[in-house]
Design a protein around this ligand. Structure first.
Ligand code: HEC
Length: 180
């Protein structure tokens, strides 16, 4: 064995040991035991499904069918069709009457929502149905709620720090960086 080879094997050994140490040093992921009979959490289970599959077309900047799903009250109320037919997207304790459930339930392998995509998986559909059957509770923690929007701007307690400032070349617009 020449010294170059030796050095290489030593390096490999070092690297392997370092890697093994890193892997074993990582804390074992906490296995939270889930009670399968616990009520379905909107915040933990339903919201992520809607975020991933629906909110691209149903949010304030792009509200297809006049339906906004990022605001809980509007998610429940529904959009134009619901307003027209005096029904609700989510009827607590009544998945059958919930327009949202009708829209995601496949008929002959195809569902109305999401359009032009495969229907939601059966597990997700059953979760949504169960959440509604259990009362469609909004369990979003207070610290995760959106506090500010265009209609509810924050009130500054002290003069805000201006971190940057610029004006348009014609001097008609002034842009100030700020939080919300
Ligand atoms: C690609 C865009 C798109 C996506 C993604 C999408 N929708 Fe829609 N949604 C629409 C459009 C467009 C309408 C208006 C009715 C129509 O044209 O079919 C609508 C209407 C609705 C309505 C009727 C609201 C009313 O009262 O008028 C419901 C309920 C609904 N969508 C639920 C969902 C759900 C649940 C998902 C996710 C699983 C979803 N949508 C994903 C485009 C989308």
């Amino acid at each position: 064995m020449n010294s170059g080879h030796l050095r290489r094997s030593f390096l490999t050994l070092l690297l392997t040991t370092a890697l093994a140490a890193t892997v074993s040093a990582a804390p074992a992921p906490k296995m939270e035991k889930e009670d399968p009979n616990a009520p379905v959490s909107y915040f933990k289970k339903i919201r992520p499904i809607l975020q991933g599959q629906c909110q691209g077309c149903h949010q304030p900047a792009k509200a297809k069918g006049g339906y906004v799903m990022t605001d809980f009250a509007k998610l429940v109320a529904g959009g134009e069709d619901c307003a027209k037919d005096k029904k609700q997207a989510v009827v607590a304790k009544d998945p059958e009457s919930s327009f949202l459930v009708q829209q995601i339930t496949p008929k002959d392998g195809a569902a109305e929502m999401p359009p032009k995509k495969a229907p939601l998986g059966n597990v997700d559909i059953q979760l949504i149905r169960r959440w509604i059957a259990e009362g469609a509770v909004d369990d979003t923690p207070a610290n995760a709620r959106q506090r500010f929007d265009a209609d509810h701007p924050p009130v500054y307690q002290r003069p805000p720090v201006v971190t940057s400032l610029d004006y348009s070349p014609d001097g008609s617009l002034l842009a100030v960086a700020g939080f919300h």
